[in-house]
Ligand binder design. Structure first.
Ligand code: NAD
Ligand code: TDX
Length: 338
């Protein structure tokens, strides 16, 4: 199995889970080691995998690695430029990696007839209104039929990459599946992202920084539940199909930040509201019924507060992993006034 982006947050958790639970699978990781990738993240499994440092947009390299997979091989494509705030500052790496990189992988799987799974995001659908009460079971959610309507250069390039996959499946008959997942949390997430940024701020004695009024809603899922769903799609998903992945974890940003402060034993109001993100999506929510009904997937982590506590403890205990990236990340935010 070729895992792209295996030195990043979700890909690394996928590699760890695969080595742990499916020792028969030979894993090759292809990762460019951008600012978001870190070989240290794969330290514990280094002897069990093959690591290739390289760019998914390098068509010759990708064609060789895909060709080497042999019968029964598969590509699971996690690599991406993944942070919305960065995409507002400099969109080019997003076009390069998310669009050209995906094109390069699709051409290689077409040439070699290899199974392909495309990891994508719910952000391709744009956002939902905030007006509906959070406990109304009839409120609107994203479904596989929701029209694409991305807001940022990040989500636009992910939407474009999904459409490339659909076109290659229909026109060239590649054996592909797509999954669109909601916001992930868990170990090894870069400190630029909301939850690790606020945990590490709290650990550093800095007040958490919440964009706008903090009322934006994200549908949180533990990274292990996401990756179990990817495995379910790989094993039992229908090729050509799109599966939405979400664990009914809607929470607004204030609820998350207040929970983190309480976990740290601090005043739940000890955060600062800062300048909003331009074009900030209001709310995401996933209807995962296809995944649940057809593939029998269920999340194992359904209580957000206990998931946040475990994640807080992980960052407290693994400072050596995140500390090297913290100062540069905060310097970037300071330039944006956030
Ligand atoms: P991440 O930024 O933590 O990791 C991305 C990895 O890709 C890094 O290791 C980086 O070095 C590598 N990479 C970047 N450009 C590359 C290139 N050109 N060639 C090879 N490697 C390259 O991202 P993540 O949060 O782990 O996201 C993984 C995937 O999951 C992405 O496709 C993202 O769109 C999707 N996704 C993420 C979330 C989330 O909440 N984080 C939710 C849904 C979907
Ligand atoms: O410091 C912050 N303060 C804050 O209020 C940061 C970094 C974020 N936020 C807000 C913005 C969002 O409403 O928190 C929410 C989550 O922000 P991010 O962690 O940047 O995630 P988001 O923009 O929602 O996108 C994430 O989920 C979907 C991932 O980064 C994407 O890769 C994935 O596709």
């Amino acid at each position: 199995m070729l895992v792209t982006g295996g030195a990043g947050f979700i890909g690394a958790n996928f590699v760890h889970a695969t080595v742990r639970e499916r020792p028969d699978v030979e894993v090759v990781v292809l990762d460019k080691l951008t600012y978001a990738g870190d070989r240290a993240t794969l330290h514990d499994v280094a002897s069990r995998i093959t690591f290739v440092e390289g760019d998914i947009a390098d068509t010759a390299l990708v064609r060789k690695l895909v060709g080497d997979l042999g019968p029964g091989g598969a590509v699971v494509h996690f690599a991406a430029e993944s942070h919305n705030d960065n995409s507002l500052h400099d969109p080019w790496p997003f076009v390069h990696t998310n669009l050209i990189g995906t094109y390069s992988l699709l051409e290689a799987v077409r040439a070699h007839g290899v199974r392909y799974h495309h990891v994508s995001t719910d952000e391709v659908y744009g956002d939902l209104p905030l007006s509906e009460p959070a406990d109304d079971p009839a409120r609107e959610k994203f479904t596989p039929d929701t029209p694409y309507n991305p807001s940022s250069p990040y989500s636009a390039t992910k939407a474009g990459s999904d459409l490339l996959v659909r076109a290659w499946a229909r026109s060239f008959g590649i054996e592909a599946t797509i999954s669109n997942c909601s916001n992930n949390y868990g170990p090894w997430q870069h400190v630029e992202k909301f939850i690790p940024r606020q945990i590490t701020n709290i650990l550093d004695g800095v007040r958490p920084k919440v964009y706008g009024a903090g009322t934006n809603v994200r549908d949180w899922i533990h990274v292990d539940d996401h990756n179990r769903a990817v495995w379910a799609v790989l094993g039992r998903g229908r090729t050509g199909e799109t599966y939405l992945i979400g664990a009914d974890g809607e929470a607004n940003n204030l609820r998350v930040v207040r929970a983190l402060l309480e976990i740290a034993g601090q005043d739940a109001d000890a955060y600062d509201l800062v300048a909003d993100r331009p074009g900030h999506d209001l709310r995401y929510a996933i209807d995962a019924s296809l995944l649940r009904d057809e593939l029998g997937w269920r999340p194992l982590h359904s209580d957000l507060e206990s998931g946040l506590k475990a994640t807080f403890d992980w960052y407290r205990d693994n400072e050596a992993w995140w500390r090297p990236r913290k100062a540069a990340t905060e310097a970037k935010y300071a330039q944006l006034g956030r």
